[in-house]
Design a protein around this ligand. Structure first.
Ligand SMILES: C[S@@+](CC[C@H](N)C(=O)[O-])C[C@H]1O[C@@H](n2cnc3c(N)ncnc32)[C@H](O)[C@@H]1O
Length: 271
């Protein structure tokens, strides 16, 4: 039986993932699945970026906050594409250090700031960002409401928040619930639909785009790559970590193929 991970275990898993994110093999797999090479751990692809930029109306006059920015994907790419200023935040320093190096390498250091911070306790003044973005972050943490309230506090009155997130469909059988849990993401389960949660936390939903098909394709591709490079990944990441990842992606592919997991992109504005 699959058990629910603690937030500390999820944090440790991300730390371990970021330790290997700069290896050539990890980059090769990332390029195949998401079309980028930043050390991505979400499912946002290069093909989705233009839609995201348009939803945000992101430009060189915008100030962007990314929560759970990991190793800098896609915040650094959004900055490079638009010339916006960006504040990247996350908890694991291992990811943020990679992001900082990449910002310097790409000549973005003047536009980008990096701060270690939890999404549920942001160390910023009220209303100081035009745009807030997070990529598959809410499905990696328990207290989604607190994070949405903190985002609401931090966004300017005429700003917006854009985010993709993964969640299970409703009315799953016990066996389907187990499959979804085994597939991850670790806190995908929701007590109420995201549009409802947004309304309760001071947001008005303006756009909702279904990315479930694209997500299923990416998951199948990731599954294929992890099988193809299993020996190399065992050596690189250690057998336990690599095997755990393979099992999650096999289950993820099954859950997507059965239509049990959805991935949607939302845009919301403060009420
Ligand atoms: C799916 S990854 C996305 C990382 C990166 N933005 C990307 O697209 O590759 C989710 C990120 O959320 C971060 N995270 C989890 N819980 C968090 C919290 N309470 N506050 C801030 N970030 C959190 C994780 O550390 C992880 O880096």
């Amino acid at each position: 039986m699959t058990t629910v991970l603690s937030e500390q275990a999820v944090h440790d898993r991300f730390v371990e993932g970021y330790r290997h994110a700069e290896s050539e093999l990890a980059r090769e797999i990332e390029r195949c699945v998401c079309g980028c090479d930043y050390g991505a751990s979400s499912w946002t692809t290069v093909d989705e970026i233009q839609t995201i930029i348009e939803l945000m109306s992101l430009s060189d006059s915008s100030h962007l906050l990314e929560l759970g920015a990991g190793a800098g994907w896609p915040g650094l790419y959004l900055t490079a594409q638009t010339g916006c200023r960006a504040m990247l935040t996350d908890l694991p320093l291992e990811g943020l250090r990679i992001g900082y190096k990449r910002a310097v390498k790409d000549g973005l250091a003047d536009l980008v700031s990096i701060t270690a911070a939890s999404g549920s306790s942001l160390p910023f003044a009220n209303a100081c960002f035009d745009v807030i973005f997070h990529s598959d972050v809410l499905c990696c943490l328990a207290d989604k409401e607190m994070v949405l309230l903190e985002c609401r506090r931090s966004v300017s009155a005429d700003g917006c928040m854009v985010f993709p997130v993964i969640f299970p469909v409703e009315n799953l059988s016990k066996a389907e619930q187990q499959l979804v849990l085994a597939a991850g993401p670790p806190f995908a389960e929701i007590k109420q639909p995201y549009p409802q949660l947004l309304a309760q936390t001071g947001w008005k939903l303006t756009d909702q785009i279904d990315l479930s098909e694209e997500f299923a394709i990416s998951m199948a591709l990731m599954n294929e790559k992890l099988q193809q490079y299993s020996d190399e990944l065992d050596s690189l990441k250690g057998e336990n970590f690599a095997a755990d990842e393979r099992v999650r992606r096999v289950n993820g592919s099954k859950a997507c193929a059965q239509g049990l997991l959805r991935r949607e992109l939302y845009r919301a504005v403060p009420v």
